[in-house]
Design a protein around this ligand. Structure first.
Ligand code: BGC
Length: 732
């Protein structure tokens, strides 16, 4: 796939359109409107009142909210060319109706773009991105994005605000759920696959949608894991840790980027010309457009870098944001500022050109409408459901198993935990159109698969433990399966937590089951890594099922009863305690490496190792690694290892390769993932696996911000997870 780029013929058409446009019409193209001023959320009355009191919305807007008149119905504004795109409006009929106004009733007939957060599925919900990344399966990343694109496109959507490519090292940050975890290399491969899946090879294909690499950048570095907080990081960390997935997205042809809410080292990303010009345009050669985050332009006033909305709009446009998502700073102020010469018209034209380029690239001038008969055919179709089930089981990580799993279907099973039967809670953050009633819960799945069981909720995330009900339901059981975790709105945007253990009485429920000497299988349903050490110690087996989407229940049953051999591996470190965050495997070597010596880098009240490391995950079989060979060729390292399945079940293993630069002019990470391969092994089968690592990927940025690969010794570790011990040194 090639980079998103301009095309001479299209540029000519844009030139001629630009000549006809008034400054108001130009500003209109940059104006994105949506159902609420803070993005596609439902906002409670209390929140609306608070926004009014804080001056975030006007009396008029407040009244419009109350009368439930939506911003997305600004038909007069479309007619007069004051709207260029929509956020969060779906439904082919509705979109076509609005599109017709733009195409047939506005002076220049420029079509609208409909954008929406299609993050992990549209109506068929796939596992949340963090979960899906644990499959380490690029084909799957691509297929679920494509299926989501098909459903969204049939629903009138042209553009998704995904993939989210923020590296997240702090489990307190709720938005860790939306990305591919903590590793830049894996996240880069994820980025490329997602862009391919959403966009395909031909942007004009009506069954594909434009992708958006977000949030540019370092949003995941929010201090303390507190959403919307500042990111204060070195340029080396920016380029080595946070940039790689955004570079991969650009190289895969991503059409758009979204600027992040946060400031980077003091300059909000929405007005940051270093990021938007020097990095994106000059270094990456990106020719698509950048959209602001919802309201992030006006938030520059709260950041204290813009005097008012006019100033914020001016700074954002000059820095390089083409589309103003919902803050109307462009629409209200840019025309006057251009007429008065405060903003050069060329700057406005450049932004409008980027918007028109996107609309041409998507083919909207030729085919602005959505086929209204499609939605019914593709939405929640059997293929998408089957894919959702496969994606969910490939994403679920088996964390502990003392041999109790897989279970027999004919033992006496008691199921407890309210989450076992609440469909909507399986769907996870950013479920805008997926529905709880269409979701297979664990209880539904047990019933349809004719597995007998008794069930009592006994305890929920917010529902106190009913001890009597618990004793009654488990008394005759051979095995207890407990489903515990987080509600879906406990992760995602604006859902940072200071405590990431199990909430409420859930731990106590597990403790009582353990005390009753019943074998216990715990299933975790959640959106972030959690400090679940107690739950693990009470349980005979623990399955991390995440917010697994529409087919969560079936996938859990497939795994617990051995119809599927678990293969997922963590893409995020699990801490022992909330206070260990941020925690990540690829940290830089310190002068006092972690050890049981007192004066070493550690917490004195926590184990030396995390609860579960990056890359970790069990299977119903075991794999052994032998005979590691590393050859240094001119530009690559060729790595060969023998992997054997020495259990008695076929399974998929993710062979992981880590590198450590042993001696360098800057302290380097203790190890970094530089390659992986997923293989399938029959019982007793041995495979020789080869991986190649470009030597050029082994470098770092020096003090002058030059990327260099320093000669010397490198250690190559290959194995099952980031603690792999099989190692070979190579001198470059
Ligand atoms: C989020 C973005 C999202 C946008 C539009 C914002 O609040 O940060 O990720 O794309 O809303 O819904």
């Amino acid at each position: 796939m090639r980079k998103f780029c301009s095309d001479l013929e299209i540029e000519r058409k844009i030139d001629s359109l630009l000549r006809k446009m008034t400054v108001e019409e130009k500003a209109g193209q940059l104006n994105q409107v949506g159902p609420s001023p803070v993005g596609g959320f439902e906002i409670s009355l209390e929140e609306k009142q608070k926004m009014l009191a804080e001056g975030k919305i006007t009396e008029e807007e407040f009244d419009r909210f109350l009368s439930e008149e939506k911003w997305d119905e600004q038909e007069d504004d479309i007619r007069t060319g004051r709207v260029g795109s929509f956020l969060g409006v779906r439904d082919a009929r509705r979109c076509n109706h609005l599109q017709k106004i733009a195409v047939e009733q506005s002076r220049l007939g420029i079509p609208l773009l409909f954008g929406m957060d299609v993050i992990h599925g549209h109506r068929t919900m796939f596992p949340i991105p963090l979960a899906e990344s644990c499959s380490w399966d690029e084909t799957l990343f691509e297929r679920t994005a494509q299926a989501a694109a098909v459903e969204a496109a049939a629903d009138g959507i042209h553009w998704t605000f995904a993939p989210m490519l923020d590296i997240a090292r702090d489990a307190r940050w709720g938005r860790i759920a939306e990305g591919a975890g903590e590793d830049p290399y894996l996240a880069s491969r994820y980025a490329a696959a997602k862009v391919r899946g959403f966009q395909g090879d031909d942007l004009t294909d009506p069954a594909r949608i434009l992708a958006c690499a977000k949030h540019f950048i370092a949003y995941g570095a929010a201090i303390g894991g507190r959403d919307y907080n500042s990111a204060d990081i070195s340029l080396q960390t920016l380029w080595e840790v946070y940039m790689p997935p955004f570079i991969a997205a650009c190289e895969s042809g991503v059409a758009t980027y979204m600027a992040a809410f946060n400031d980077l080292n003091g300059i909000p990303c929405s007005v940051n010309s270093y990021l938007l010009q020097d990095v994106l345009r000059d270094k990456l050669g990106f020719e698509g457009l950048v959209v602001s985050d919802a309201g992030s332009i006006w938030e520059c006033i709260a950041h204290g870098v813009a005097a008012d909305r006019k100033d914020a709009g001016k700074q954002a446009l000059i820095a390089g944001i083409a589309i103003d998502m919902v803050s109307r700073c462009y629409l209200d102020f840019v025309p006057d500022m251009v007429l008065s010469g405060e903003i050069p018209e060329e700057r406005l034209d450049e932004a409008v050109r980027q918007v028109l380029r996107l609309k041409y690239a998507k083919g909207l001038f030729d085919q602005p409408y959505t086929d209204e008969t499609l939605e019914e055919k593709v939405t929640l179709c059997p293929e998408h459901r089957a894919l959702a089930r496969d994606a969910a089981r490939k994403s679920m990580v088996l964390l502990k198993n003392n041999g109790i799993l897989p279970m027999k279907k004919d033992c006496k099973i008691a199921v407890v935990g309210e989450l076992s039967d609440i469909g909507s809670e399986m769907l996870g953050t950013w479920t805008l159109y997926g529905k709880g009633e269409e979701t297979v819960t664990f209880i539904d799945a047990l019933k349809t698969q004719n597995i007998s069981f008794v069930y009592a909720p006994c305890c929920g995330v917010e529902t106190p433990l009913d001890r009597q009900a618990l004793q009654a339901v488990i008394i005759d059981a051979d095995v207890v399966i407990a489903m515990v975790g987080e509600l879906r709105d406990m992760s995602g945007e604006a859902s940072s937590l200071s405590y990431i253990g199990l909430a409420g009485d859930q731990d106590e429920m597990l403790r009582l089951i353990k005390e009753s000497n019943k074998p216990l299988v715990t299933v975790l349903v959640n959106g972030r890594p959690m400090a679940v050490g107690n739950a693990v110690s009470y349980s005979d087996a623990v399955l991390e099922a995440w917010h697994g989407g529409t087919e969560t229940g079936n996938a859990i049953v497939d795994i617990l009863f051995g119809d599927y051999n678990p293969s997922a591996r963590l893409t995020t470190t699990f801490p022992n305690a909330s206070g260990e965050c941020p925690i990540y495997y690829n940290h830089v070597s310190t002068g006092r490496p972690t050890s049981d010596v007192r004066h070493s880098c550690k917490y004195i009240d926590s184990p030396l190792k995390p609860l579960y490391p990056f890359g970790y995950g069990l299977s119903y079989t075991t794999y052994t690694y032998n005979n590691l060979e590393v050859k240094a060729l001119e530009d690559t390292l060729e790595v060969i290892v023998e992997v054997m399945n020495d259990g008695n079940m076929a399974g998929e293993e993710t062979v992981q390769l880590y590198v450590q630069d042993v001696l360098a002019s800057r302290a380097r990470p203790v190890r970094e993932l530089k390659g992986f391969k997923k293989i399938c092994l029959q019982p007793g089968e041995l495979q020789k696996v080869s991986l190649s690592v470009p030597v050029n990927s082994l470098g770092f940025y020096n003090d002058s911000m030059e990327y260099i690969v320093e000669p010397g010794e490198f250690k190559i570790y290959v194995g099952h997870d980031s603690e792999a011990e099989l190692c070979q040194s190579v001198v470059l």
